[in-house]
Design a protein around this ligand. Structure first.
Ligand SMILES: *Cc1c(COP(=O)(O)O)cnc(C)c1O
Length: 394
């Protein structure tokens, strides 16, 4: 049988069965539903996109996959060239992997070995409270969410701080010389509760990382490709390492990339084999994933998706204006994300079923009801999503 994610198998509701999907719609055994989640905010083009489909099937005539050890190929080369030119500054050195969690592990390993290679004793990792960086072990340690990782409380060598500049400054003053890196989900902390914070925090973090010689890592697995209303948050404040995943392949195939700047890359570039980066997921640089990612980025740029995200944000703000309820703690909107946080998470019990009965697929978590819609959504469809969310409280 299938063991489902984040579920108590004994009490879980039967999942909806997806039979096909097209545009923003999931065709399920309980009807045609607008997907307000975008398959964990990855399916930015919606589903069954003709150009993405053609890219994948066209690619199959050559090969689906060859390993990247001792071999290279055109899809991985053109994707890494594209990412290097798209990302700001010298964020150009692309290490591919098969999922966001692994991309985060790769970034943290890079930061640690960067210090080993330069014979520095710095090993402590700084991270944020309420962070979510994935479900593998080190990703759980830099994460800070009771609800996901309560069975694994170890936070070995990791210090968590709130997104407050005074806490940031105090931490660097006291342990700045022991830090190898500072990892954050920039501007928007997703799975930890859709928490937003100000860019001034990241600007101060950048300055302190420079002052104390600490690598700054942006986990843009969720925020990358427009979700915050910025193409990448790295366009605003430049990290030393950035991790992309989720929307990288337009939601088609699990893949991630950890992109380092020249300084980090040069920390491994030497005549000493022991300075090499010893990591290599079997499916890294998968040709189907790289092909669909390249096509996804082409569409993202050609169709001016940033304007679509800006429109989603503006329309969402207008629709949510004046919405309030005594059970609601806060409404947060940033780019292509809107969430309604409630005081008591029991308030959201039954909402998924309620939404499905009204044509919307939703999956609230913790005390959060949210939408991260595909960017191709039309106004009427978005209006439906938002009115279903609001009407739950009516
Ligand atoms: C989803 C997510 C991950 C993990 O990515 P997977 O592909 O699920 O392993 C890591 N970091 C952030 C910020 C995420 O949102």
């Amino acid at each position: 049988m299938i063991w489902y994610p984040y579920e108590q198998m004994k009490t879980m509701h039967a999942p909806l069965k997806a039979e096909r999907a097209e545009g923003v719609y999931l065709y399920t055994d309980r009807g045609k539903l607008i997907d307000s989640v975008s398959s964990w905010w990855s399916a930015i083009h919606g589903y069954n996109h003709p150009e993405l489909n053609a890219a994948v099937s066209g690619r199959l005539d050559a090969f689906a996959h060859v390993m990247l050890g001792g071999l290279t190929h055109e899809p991985v080369q053109t994707l890494s060239d594209k990412l290097a030119s798209m990302l700001p500054g010298d964020l150009s050195y692309c290490f591919f992997s098969d999922s966001g969690s692994v991309g985060v592990e790769v970034a943290l390993k890079m930061a640690q070995q960067f210090n080993v290679n330069r014979k520095s004793a710095r090993r402590t990792v700084l991270a944020l409270k309420h962070a979510y960086h994935g479900d593998t072990f080190k990703a759980m340690e830099v994460g800070d969410d009771e609800d996901y990782h309560y069975a694994f409380p170890s936070k070995n060598g990791v210090v968590h701080i709130p997104t407050r500049i005074d806490a940031l400054e105090e931490t660097f003053r006291t342990i700045g010389d022991t830090l190898s890196c500072f990892i954050v989900e920039p501007l928007l902390q997703g799975a930890g509760g859709m928490k937003t914070y100000d860019v001034s925090f990241l600007q101060r973090a950048r300055a302190l990382c420079d002052e104390y010689d600490v690598l700054l890592i942006f986990d843009e697995v969720a925020t990358g490709f427009g979700r915050t209303g910025n193409r990448f948050v790295s366009d605003l404040v430049r990290p030393d390492i950035v991790v992309l995943g989720k929307a990288l392949t337009g939601g088609y195939i699990g893949h991630a990339v950890t992109v380092a700047n020249k300084r980090v890359f040069d920390g491994f570039y030497s005549d000493d084999y022991r300075h090499a980066f010893m990591h290599g997921p079997t499916f890294m640089g998968n040709a189907l994933a790289c092909t669909v990612a390249r096509k996804s980025i082409e569409i993202f740029e050609r169709e001016n998706y940033m304007a679509k995200v800006a429109h989603i944000e503006q329309f969402t703000r207008a629709q949510m204006r004046g919405f309030a309820d005594e059970r609601v703690k806060e409404v947060r909107i940033m780019g292509g994300m809107v969430c309604i946080q409630v005081y008591d998470r029991k308030t959201l019990d039954g909402f998924a079923e309620y939404a499905a009965a009204r044509g919307v697929f939703s999956r609230p978590f913790l005390d959060i009801m949210y939408a991260t819609v595909p960017y191709i959504i039309e106004e009427e469809q978005l209006r439906t999503v938002l009115s279903v969310m609001k009407s739950w409280f009516a």
